[in-house]
Design a protein around this ligand. Structure first.
Ligand code: GLC
Length: 414
């Protein structure tokens, strides 16, 4: 009987789906206002395609858990979900594994999207996903407590260390992908990089050590960053800033409309958004994040799947996304649109400049493994289990070994 149970469940779920109407499945995240927004947009898509239903498969908020779930589905050669919301760092991995379809046969208008996002979705000369929205890491600050955001990282830590409430600079410090993006912004702020232009690991160089020391000391020495962040993701940081306990926050743009809503936010009308500051000699850096839409290579209905993607990345849906969910368009031309200018928390020209300068994470099929190595060692340094120099040294050794094992080191190129 036990052996029959999975089959029975499968049969029941098949019965639950009316066989007449074809259904497309879309796997997405639902952080902040994304869930309600995508539901509303899908209803419009269905209205324009009578007889077609789109089923939403919502997925975990946390990037690495979502990645695992997708790998699980795709590795099992499931034909669903038809359309997948990919993090900007996953496309090379999924493309190299043959899990997603090259989109060239649909003749996508790649030139209409942000070049860095198109590049991140291109593998071996073919485009595998279309950019849905762009994320950039930004500094949230309290306009009722200061006339302007801090000019550099040292001032940020000094102001954050002042007693409160509100007090402290909160960010995503749990051992997961978010920590890598926060580190990347501090790293750029000190003039460092993860890989150089030739694809060689340089994350153990002096600027990286100084960036990690700054992050560690701002927690344990200056007490500018609460140690709680070491288990926090995006939403934890947002709640702390929103309830008025934190003075500064690093987060993606999705937080803007939520923080602006007086029904749930104590800081509505009292916060601003600015580029992350840098240290002297470094560069103000935003990590390039965001989501892409790709087609499962085993989908039974790739044409319909592409029609759905085209609809979701069309200007009208992107403008609505910026208005409702605060997420930045991946089409540069939209930054000239009046509706976008009204929707963004900072002048659209500035937003576009930040987006265009945003720093991508390495585009390689082994990105997830590279990132896991970095996550472990960054977190060890931040929790004082290792010195930053030693932690980054070990991370670099492991990262180089991984790249050479996979044939993707320096000359292997990507
Ligand atoms: C956001 C970004 C994504 C990043 C993740 C880290 O979802 O869009 O690119 O990897 O946060 O938590």
């Amino acid at each position: 009987m036990r052996g029959l149970l999975p089959l029975l469940l499968l049969a029941l779920s098949a019965c639950a789906r009316p066989s007449a109407a074809p259904a497309l499945t879309l796997a997405t995240s639902a952080v902040g206002r994304e869930g309600a927004l995508v539901q509303a947009q899908l209803a419009r898509f269905e209205a324009a395609h009578p007889g077609l239903r789109v089923e939403l498969r919502s997925t975990p908020d946390e990037a690495d858990t979502r990645h695992q779930l997708f790998v699980h589905w795709l590795n099992a050669h499931a034909s669903e979900p038809d359309v997948l919301q990919l993090d900007v760092i996953w496309t090379p991995e999924f493309a190299a594994a043959g899990w997603i379809l090259p989109l060239d046969r649909f003749e996508p208008e790649a030139g209409a999207f942000l070049p860095a996002a198109v590049e991140a979705n291109t593998w071996r000369g073919q485009l595998f996903a279309l950019p849905w929205f762009v994320d950039v890491g930004m500094l949230y600050w309290r306009t009722d407590l200061a006339a302007r955001p801090p000019d550099d990282l040292a001032t940020l830590a000094a102001e954050a260390a002042q007693p409160g409430p509100p007090s402290g600079f909160v960010w995503q410090g749990a051992r997961y992908e978010g920590l890598v993006t926060v580190f990347l912004e501090h790293l750029g702020g000190f003039g460092g990089r993860i890989l150089d232009d030739g694809g060689r690991v340089v994350v153990d160089r002096e600027p990286a050590v100084r960036a990690l020391e700054y992050m560690r000391d701002s927690i344990h020495v200056q007490r500018a960053v609460p140690a709680d962040v070491l288990s926090w993701q995006e939403e934890h940081a947002r709640f702390a800033f929103q309830n008025g306990s934190a003075r500064f926050m690093r987060n993606w743009p999705y937080a803007v409309p939520l923080l602006s809503d007086p029904a749930q936010s104590k800081v509505a009308g009292r916060f601003g958004v600015a580029p992350m500051p840098a240290a002297p000699g470094g560069t103000s850096t935003a990590a390039l994040g965001g989501s892409q839409l790709a087609i499962n290579a085993r989908s039974d209905q790739p044409e319909l799947a592409y029609a759905l993607i085209q609809f979701l990345v069309a200007p009208a849906q992107m403008i609505e996304r910026a208005q409702v969910a605060g997420q930045y368009p991946s089409r540069p031309s939209l930054y000239d649109d009046a509706a976008i200018r009204a929707a963004l928390a900072i002048p659209a020209v500035e937003a576009r400049a930040i987006v265009e300068r945003a720093v991508a994470r390495p585009a390689t099929p082994v990105y997830s493994e590279l990132s896991s190595i970095l996550q472990v060692h960054l977190h060890r340094a931040l929790t004082r289990q290792a010195e930053p120099r030693a932690a980054l040294g070990t991370a670099a050794v492991e990262m180089r070994a991984l790249l050479s094992r996979s044939g993707l080191d320096a000359e292997g190129g990507w």
